[in-house]
Design a protein around this ligand. Sequence first.
Ligand code: GDP
Length: 316
Amino acid sequence: MTVALVTGITGQDGSYLAERLLSEGVELHGMVRPGDEASLPDGVHPHRVDLADQAGLRDLVLDVAPDEVYHLAGVSSVARSWQEPVLTAALTGMASAVLLDAALAVQERSGHPVRVVQASSAEIFGDPDRVPQDEGTTVRPTNPYGAAKAYAHHLVGVYRARGLHAVGAILFNHESPRRPPSFVTRKITQGAARVAVDGGGVITLGNLDARRDWGWAPDYVDALVRAARHHTALDVVVATGATHSVREFAEAALAHAGVGDPAAHLATDPAFTRPTDAAQLVGDPTRARTELGWSPTRSFEQIVAAMVDHDLELLR
Ligand code: GDP
Protein backbone atom coordinates (compact mmCIF):
# COMPACT_ATOMS: atom_id res chain seq x y z
CA MET A 1 0.00 0.00 0.00
CA THR A 2 1.25 3.49 -0.85
CA VAL A 3 1.96 5.65 2.18
CA ALA A 4 1.67 9.40 1.62
CA LEU A 5 2.44 12.37 3.82
CA VAL A 6 0.77 15.69 3.07
CA THR A 7 1.79 18.92 4.76
CA GLY A 8 -0.82 21.66 4.69
CA ILE A 9 -3.59 19.07 4.47
CA THR A 10 -6.26 21.42 5.84
CA GLY A 11 -5.73 24.05 3.14
CA GLN A 12 -7.48 24.35 -0.20
CA ASP A 13 -5.12 22.06 -2.10
CA GLY A 14 -4.52 19.72 0.84
CA SER A 15 -8.23 19.07 1.25
CA TYR A 16 -8.68 18.14 -2.42
CA LEU A 17 -5.50 16.06 -2.36
CA ALA A 18 -6.67 14.20 0.76
CA GLU A 19 -9.96 13.28 -0.91
CA ARG A 20 -8.10 12.11 -4.00
CA LEU A 21 -5.54 9.96 -2.16
CA LEU A 22 -8.12 8.43 0.21
CA SER A 23 -10.28 7.44 -2.76
CA GLU A 24 -7.29 5.53 -4.11
CA GLY A 25 -6.79 3.64 -0.83
CA VAL A 26 -3.53 5.40 0.01
CA GLU A 27 -2.48 5.31 3.69
CA LEU A 28 -2.64 9.02 4.30
CA HIS A 29 -0.76 10.97 6.95
CA GLY A 30 -1.52 14.65 7.31
CA MET A 31 0.61 17.23 9.03
CA VAL A 32 -1.59 19.73 10.86
CA ARG A 33 -0.47 22.88 12.61
CA PRO A 34 -1.12 22.70 16.37
CA GLY A 35 -4.17 24.85 17.01
CA ASP A 36 -5.59 24.33 13.52
CA GLU A 37 -9.13 23.16 14.26
CA ALA A 38 -10.12 22.44 10.66
CA SER A 39 -11.69 19.02 10.32
CA LEU A 40 -10.00 16.26 8.36
CA PRO A 41 -11.71 13.62 6.24
CA ASP A 42 -12.16 10.20 7.87
CA GLY A 43 -9.18 7.99 7.32
CA VAL A 44 -6.44 10.61 7.59
CA HIS A 45 -3.81 9.98 10.26
CA PRO A 46 -3.27 13.45 11.76
CA HIS A 47 0.13 14.59 13.07
CA ARG A 48 0.25 17.85 15.00
CA VAL A 49 3.60 19.36 14.10
CA ASP A 50 4.51 22.98 13.59
CA LEU A 51 6.32 23.70 10.34
CA ALA A 52 8.84 25.79 12.31
CA ASP A 53 9.68 22.77 14.51
CA GLN A 54 12.55 21.36 12.45
CA ALA A 55 13.26 18.39 14.70
CA GLY A 56 9.57 17.51 14.88
CA LEU A 57 9.23 17.75 11.13
CA ARG A 58 12.26 15.55 10.52
CA ASP A 59 11.05 12.95 13.02
CA LEU A 60 7.63 12.93 11.38
CA VAL A 61 9.11 12.03 7.99
CA LEU A 62 11.40 9.39 9.51
CA ASP A 63 8.51 7.84 11.50
CA VAL A 64 5.96 7.77 8.68
CA ALA A 65 8.58 6.66 6.10
CA PRO A 66 6.30 7.72 3.24
CA ASP A 67 6.47 6.70 -0.41
CA GLU A 68 5.09 10.08 -1.42
CA VAL A 69 5.44 13.47 0.26
CA TYR A 70 3.33 16.41 -0.89
CA HIS A 71 4.65 19.60 0.64
CA LEU A 72 1.89 22.19 0.53
CA ALA A 73 2.26 23.92 3.91
CA GLY A 74 3.71 27.37 4.36
CA VAL A 75 2.80 31.01 4.45
CA SER A 76 0.64 30.85 1.38
CA SER A 77 -0.05 34.39 0.37
CA VAL A 78 2.03 37.17 -1.08
CA ALA A 79 0.09 39.73 0.92
CA ARG A 80 0.94 38.06 4.25
CA SER A 81 4.59 37.60 3.26
CA TRP A 82 5.03 41.37 3.21
CA GLN A 83 3.75 41.53 6.78
CA GLU A 84 5.85 38.58 8.00
CA PRO A 85 8.92 38.16 5.76
CA VAL A 86 11.05 36.30 8.30
CA LEU A 87 8.31 33.86 9.20
CA THR A 88 7.73 33.35 5.47
CA ALA A 89 11.40 32.47 4.96
CA ALA A 90 11.24 29.91 7.76
CA LEU A 91 7.94 28.31 6.89
CA THR A 92 7.80 28.60 3.10
CA GLY A 93 11.55 28.26 2.52
CA MET A 94 13.51 26.43 5.18
CA ALA A 95 10.94 23.78 6.03
CA SER A 96 11.52 22.36 2.53
CA ALA A 97 15.17 21.74 3.43
CA VAL A 98 14.11 19.70 6.44
CA LEU A 99 11.62 17.68 4.42
CA LEU A 100 13.89 16.99 1.47
CA ASP A 101 16.77 15.97 3.67
CA ALA A 102 14.58 13.71 5.81
CA ALA A 103 13.05 12.15 2.69
CA LEU A 104 16.53 11.34 1.37
CA ALA A 105 17.40 9.79 4.74
CA VAL A 106 14.29 7.57 4.56
CA GLN A 107 15.16 6.55 1.01
CA GLU A 108 18.76 5.68 1.92
CA ARG A 109 17.69 3.78 5.03
CA SER A 110 14.90 1.77 3.39
CA GLY A 111 16.24 1.35 -0.14
CA HIS A 112 12.77 2.34 -1.44
CA PRO A 113 12.30 5.49 -3.49
CA VAL A 114 10.67 8.46 -1.77
CA ARG A 115 8.90 10.86 -4.09
CA VAL A 116 8.66 14.46 -2.92
CA VAL A 117 6.47 17.06 -4.58
CA GLN A 118 7.22 20.66 -3.69
CA ALA A 119 4.34 23.05 -4.34
CA SER A 120 6.32 25.79 -6.01
CA SER A 121 4.77 28.95 -7.36
CA ALA A 122 4.68 31.31 -10.31
CA GLU A 123 5.82 33.94 -7.82
CA ILE A 124 9.39 32.59 -8.20
CA PHE A 125 9.41 34.40 -11.56
CA GLY A 126 8.62 37.80 -10.03
CA ASP A 127 7.66 40.24 -12.76
CA PRO A 128 8.87 38.22 -15.75
CA ASP A 129 9.79 39.72 -19.09
CA ARG A 130 9.04 36.47 -20.90
CA VAL A 131 5.42 35.58 -21.71
CA PRO A 132 4.27 32.90 -21.14
CA GLN A 133 6.51 31.54 -18.39
CA ASP A 134 7.86 28.01 -18.60
CA GLU A 135 10.32 25.82 -16.70
CA GLY A 136 13.25 27.71 -18.22
CA THR A 137 12.10 31.21 -17.26
CA THR A 138 14.59 33.06 -15.04
CA VAL A 139 13.84 32.74 -11.33
CA ARG A 140 13.82 36.34 -10.07
CA PRO A 141 11.25 36.87 -7.32
CA THR A 142 10.01 40.29 -6.31
CA ASN A 143 8.37 39.62 -2.95
CA PRO A 144 9.24 37.68 0.24
CA TYR A 145 6.87 34.85 -0.64
CA GLY A 146 8.42 34.37 -4.08
CA ALA A 147 11.93 34.51 -2.63
CA ALA A 148 11.15 31.82 -0.06
CA LYS A 149 9.52 29.64 -2.74
CA ALA A 150 12.53 30.21 -5.00
CA TYR A 151 14.91 28.92 -2.32
CA ALA A 152 12.80 25.79 -1.86
CA HIS A 153 12.52 25.34 -5.62
CA HIS A 154 16.30 25.47 -6.05
CA LEU A 155 16.72 22.99 -3.22
CA VAL A 156 14.41 20.55 -5.02
CA GLY A 157 16.94 20.56 -7.87
CA VAL A 158 19.78 20.02 -5.41
CA TYR A 159 18.12 16.94 -3.89
CA ARG A 160 17.05 15.62 -7.28
CA ALA A 161 20.73 15.63 -8.23
CA ARG A 162 21.37 13.54 -5.11
CA GLY A 163 18.98 10.86 -6.33
CA LEU A 164 15.66 11.87 -4.81
CA HIS A 165 12.53 11.90 -7.00
CA ALA A 166 11.99 15.56 -6.16
CA VAL A 167 9.40 17.47 -8.20
CA GLY A 168 9.16 21.23 -8.45
CA ALA A 169 5.54 21.84 -9.41
CA ILE A 170 5.40 25.50 -10.43
CA LEU A 171 1.75 26.22 -9.71
CA PHE A 172 0.08 29.27 -11.16
CA ASN A 173 -2.94 30.67 -9.30
CA HIS A 174 -5.56 28.01 -8.74
CA GLU A 175 -8.90 28.64 -7.17
CA SER A 176 -12.05 26.96 -5.90
CA PRO A 177 -14.89 27.58 -3.43
CA ARG A 178 -12.42 26.46 -0.74
CA ARG A 179 -10.13 29.44 -1.36
CA PRO A 180 -10.00 31.74 1.67
CA PRO A 181 -11.13 35.35 1.11
CA SER A 182 -7.58 36.61 1.61
CA PHE A 183 -7.19 35.73 -2.09
CA VAL A 184 -8.71 38.07 -4.60
CA THR A 185 -10.92 35.51 -6.36
CA ARG A 186 -12.81 34.46 -3.26
CA LYS A 187 -12.97 38.01 -1.98
CA ILE A 188 -14.62 38.89 -5.28
CA THR A 189 -17.06 35.97 -5.39
CA GLN A 190 -18.13 36.57 -1.79
CA GLY A 191 -18.54 40.25 -2.61
CA ALA A 192 -20.50 39.56 -5.79
CA ALA A 193 -22.87 37.27 -3.93
CA ARG A 194 -23.33 39.93 -1.26
CA VAL A 195 -24.07 42.65 -3.85
CA ALA A 196 -26.59 40.36 -5.58
CA VAL A 197 -28.39 39.43 -2.36
CA ASP A 198 -28.38 42.97 -0.90
CA GLY A 199 -29.31 44.53 -4.24
CA GLY A 200 -26.39 47.01 -4.02
CA GLY A 201 -22.97 47.80 -2.64
CA VAL A 202 -19.43 47.66 -3.94
CA ILE A 203 -16.45 45.32 -3.90
CA THR A 204 -13.32 47.24 -2.91
CA LEU A 205 -10.10 45.91 -4.39
CA GLY A 206 -6.49 46.89 -5.08
CA ASN A 207 -4.83 46.57 -8.49
CA LEU A 208 -7.62 45.81 -10.97
CA ASP A 209 -5.24 45.58 -13.92
CA ALA A 210 -3.08 42.71 -12.64
CA ARG A 211 -3.43 39.75 -15.00
CA ARG A 212 -3.27 36.23 -13.65
CA ASP A 213 -3.57 32.70 -14.99
CA TRP A 214 -6.37 31.27 -12.84
CA GLY A 215 -7.01 27.53 -12.89
CA TRP A 216 -9.23 25.06 -11.05
CA ALA A 217 -7.58 23.80 -7.83
CA PRO A 218 -8.59 20.11 -8.14
CA ASP A 219 -6.90 20.04 -11.56
CA TYR A 220 -3.67 21.28 -9.98
CA VAL A 221 -3.85 18.59 -7.32
CA ASP A 222 -4.20 16.03 -10.11
CA ALA A 223 -1.01 17.40 -11.66
CA LEU A 224 0.82 16.99 -8.33
CA VAL A 225 -0.14 13.32 -8.15
CA ARG A 226 0.80 12.72 -11.78
CA ALA A 227 4.20 14.33 -11.21
CA ALA A 228 4.83 12.29 -8.06
CA ARG A 229 4.25 9.07 -9.98
CA HIS A 230 5.90 10.03 -13.26
CA HIS A 231 8.89 7.92 -14.30
CA THR A 232 11.25 10.86 -14.00
CA ALA A 233 11.34 13.71 -11.50
CA LEU A 234 10.92 17.09 -13.14
CA ASP A 235 10.15 20.72 -12.74
CA VAL A 236 6.79 21.39 -14.30
CA VAL A 237 4.65 24.46 -14.82
CA VAL A 238 0.98 23.87 -13.98
CA ALA A 239 -1.14 26.57 -15.58
CA THR A 240 -3.95 27.05 -18.06
CA GLY A 241 -2.09 29.33 -20.47
CA ALA A 242 -4.95 31.87 -20.40
CA THR A 243 -4.81 35.18 -18.58
CA HIS A 244 -7.46 37.55 -17.24
CA SER A 245 -7.32 40.76 -15.26
CA VAL A 246 -8.67 41.16 -11.74
CA ARG A 247 -11.22 43.52 -13.28
CA GLU A 248 -12.36 40.83 -15.73
CA PHE A 249 -12.69 38.33 -12.89
CA ALA A 250 -14.77 40.80 -10.88
CA GLU A 251 -17.01 41.75 -13.80
CA ALA A 252 -17.56 38.09 -14.70
CA ALA A 253 -18.42 37.27 -11.08
CA LEU A 254 -20.90 40.15 -10.72
CA ALA A 255 -22.50 39.31 -14.07
CA HIS A 256 -22.83 35.65 -13.09
CA ALA A 257 -24.45 36.70 -9.81
CA GLY A 258 -27.04 38.56 -11.89
CA VAL A 259 -25.86 42.08 -11.13
CA GLY A 260 -26.58 44.57 -13.93
CA ASP A 261 -23.81 47.08 -14.75
CA PRO A 262 -21.03 45.18 -12.93
CA ALA A 263 -18.49 47.99 -13.35
CA ALA A 264 -20.65 50.23 -11.15
CA HIS A 265 -20.09 47.87 -8.21
CA LEU A 266 -16.29 47.98 -8.22
CA ALA A 267 -14.15 50.35 -6.18
CA THR A 268 -10.45 50.55 -5.43
CA ASP A 269 -8.55 51.42 -2.26
CA PRO A 270 -4.75 51.79 -2.14
CA ALA A 271 -4.84 49.79 1.11
CA PHE A 272 -5.24 46.68 -1.06
CA THR A 273 -2.39 47.39 -3.48
CA ARG A 274 1.04 45.84 -2.94
CA PRO A 275 4.55 47.29 -2.81
CA THR A 276 5.30 45.39 -6.03
CA ASP A 277 2.91 43.35 -8.13
CA ALA A 278 3.61 41.45 -11.34
CA ALA A 279 1.60 42.99 -14.16
CA GLN A 280 0.97 39.59 -15.73
CA LEU A 281 1.63 35.98 -14.84
CA VAL A 282 0.73 33.33 -17.39
CA GLY A 283 2.14 29.84 -17.64
CA ASP A 284 2.99 27.60 -20.57
CA PRO A 285 1.65 24.16 -19.61
CA THR A 286 3.24 22.32 -22.57
CA ARG A 287 5.44 20.11 -20.41
CA ALA A 288 2.55 19.19 -18.09
CA ARG A 289 0.53 18.20 -21.12
CA THR A 290 3.20 16.26 -23.00
CA GLU A 291 5.03 14.65 -20.07
CA LEU A 292 2.22 14.15 -17.56
CA GLY A 293 -0.79 13.89 -19.89
CA TRP A 294 -2.37 16.70 -17.85
CA SER A 295 -4.81 19.31 -19.03
CA PRO A 296 -7.17 21.70 -17.24
CA THR A 297 -10.81 20.58 -17.07
CA ARG A 298 -12.50 23.93 -16.31
CA SER A 299 -12.51 27.24 -18.13
CA PHE A 300 -12.21 30.66 -16.52
CA GLU A 301 -15.98 31.15 -16.86
CA GLN A 302 -16.70 27.79 -15.20
CA ILE A 303 -14.38 28.57 -12.29
CA VAL A 304 -16.01 31.97 -11.72
CA ALA A 305 -19.47 30.40 -11.94
CA ALA A 306 -18.69 27.56 -9.48
CA MET A 307 -17.29 29.99 -6.93
CA VAL A 308 -20.12 32.53 -7.24
CA ASP A 309 -22.78 29.81 -7.08
CA HIS A 310 -21.18 28.47 -3.91
CA ASP A 311 -21.13 31.91 -2.28
CA LEU A 312 -24.72 32.66 -3.32
CA GLU A 313 -25.78 29.38 -1.73
CA LEU A 314 -23.97 30.23 1.50
CA LEU A 315 -25.80 33.58 1.73
CA ARG A 316 -29.26 32.30 0.88
P1 GDP B 1 -1.48 35.69 -5.15
O1 GDP B 1 -1.14 35.77 -6.61
O2 GDP B 1 -1.10 34.40 -4.55
O3 GDP B 1 -0.98 36.85 -4.40
O4 GDP B 1 -3.08 35.72 -5.12
P2 GDP B 1 -4.12 36.88 -4.79
O5 GDP B 1 -5.44 36.30 -5.16
O6 GDP B 1 -3.98 37.35 -3.38
O7 GDP B 1 -3.75 38.10 -5.76
C1 GDP B 1 -3.89 38.01 -7.14
C2 GDP B 1 -3.80 39.40 -7.76
O8 GDP B 1 -4.94 40.16 -7.37
C3 GDP B 1 -2.58 40.22 -7.33
O9 GDP B 1 -2.08 40.87 -8.47
C4 GDP B 1 -3.18 41.26 -6.37
O10 GDP B 1 -2.44 42.48 -6.33
C5 GDP B 1 -4.52 41.47 -7.03
N1 GDP B 1 -5.52 42.10 -6.16
C6 GDP B 1 -6.23 43.21 -6.45
N2 GDP B 1 -7.04 43.53 -5.45
C7 GDP B 1 -6.85 42.61 -4.47
C8 GDP B 1 -7.43 42.42 -3.17
O11 GDP B 1 -8.28 43.18 -2.72
N3 GDP B 1 -6.99 41.34 -2.46
C9 GDP B 1 -6.03 40.48 -2.95
N4 GDP B 1 -5.66 39.42 -2.21
N5 GDP B 1 -5.48 40.66 -4.17
C10 GDP B 1 -5.87 41.71 -4.92
